[in-house]
Ligand binder design. Sequence first.
Ligand code: FMN
Ligand code: ADP
Length: 315
Amino acid sequence: MLKAQLHTNWRDIPPEAHGCAAALGNFDGVHLGHAHLVHSTHAARPDLPLAVVTFEPHPRELFRPQDPPFRLSLPDERFAALQALGVQHVFQIGFDEEFSRMTAERFVEDVLHDALCLRHVACGPDFAFGYRRGGDVTFLAERTGELGMGFTSVPALADAAGPYSSTRIRRLLQEGYPERATEELGRPWFIRGQVQHGDKRGRLLGFPTANIPLGRHLEPARGVYAVTVRLPGGYTRPGVANIGRRPTINDGQESRVEVNLFDFDGDLYGQTLSVALHKMLRAEQRFAGLDELKAQIAQDAQQARMVLNAELAGI
Ligand SMILES: Cc1cc2nc3c(=O)[nH]c(=O)nc-3n(C[C@H](O)[C@H](O)[C@H](O)COP(=O)(O)O)c2cc1C
Ligand SMILES: Nc1ncnc2c1ncn2[C@@H]1O[C@H](COP(=O)(O)OP(=O)(O)O)[C@@H](O)[C@H]1O
């Protein structure tokens, strides 16, 4: 796979990254609809280097910081997914107060044309940009034309339920259907994070769990999942995870991922893991005591093994 380049300072783009065909958007999750947009951008100008223009943080994280976290993918994960689609340059614009006040006119002229020197631009039908979302697809088509850039408006990819969207995938995860999110993402949804120290109770229960904070990731339905875990070095292992607040032990704390890797015994503290959700097994519960919890976890682990084996066997 060709390595992509990440550009985080739009005012200082190296000349070799000029002249791209770029798709615009937030690309949260990089789902099948996003892939369709990227492929269409390439199809419009296969002779130009392929790029994406995106924003970090997501504008909604800046405008509504009080909202619960909702990200499907953080910048590293998004970059990797875009790279896998064949994108050569990711222009990741720092979205701060000042940038948010830039008019649509200035965005097209100063950023897309003068700074990134794009030769072709593409976006989906609902892309709105610039101060108070003052620019839309029609405006973009007009202004890019006047500035001598090509433009493609790409219709949203849809299935029977409507267009693919990050919002739709978030809802599937919040309702406990990671396997349906997998279909719409084109890969299982995963949470990537660094393993932190917990209360050291997992080992006493006979199920050590690597704890990963959700951070800015969306919180999916609270409960138990069959998962696969990618370790540094590229190894993938099956496991079982609880996502939630662990009401049996200490209710009211931050929600986190706790994952027990099957047939594994090693120190994971400080390591970065990606935990991919395959299937939700049950909702999180408050148990009367640790013995009940332990018995239930043993059953969960058994069920997760069966689910993952069946998936591997293609059943
Ligand atoms: C498969 C699995 C299922 C779990 N289910 C629940 C649950 O339903 N309710 C709950 O309060 N805690 C649940 N837990 C969380 C345990 O309370 C947690 O793993 C244990 O407290 C260890 O925490 P520690 O890693 O901080 O030591 C579950 C853990 C695992 C691995
Ligand atoms: N099979 C395993 N699955 C998950 N973590 C494991 C496993 N074997 C060993 N570990 C280690 O044990 C730690 C979890 O043990 P635990 O008693 O639950 O402590 P903590 O509360 O700090 O998470 C993990 O962070 C990891 O370093």
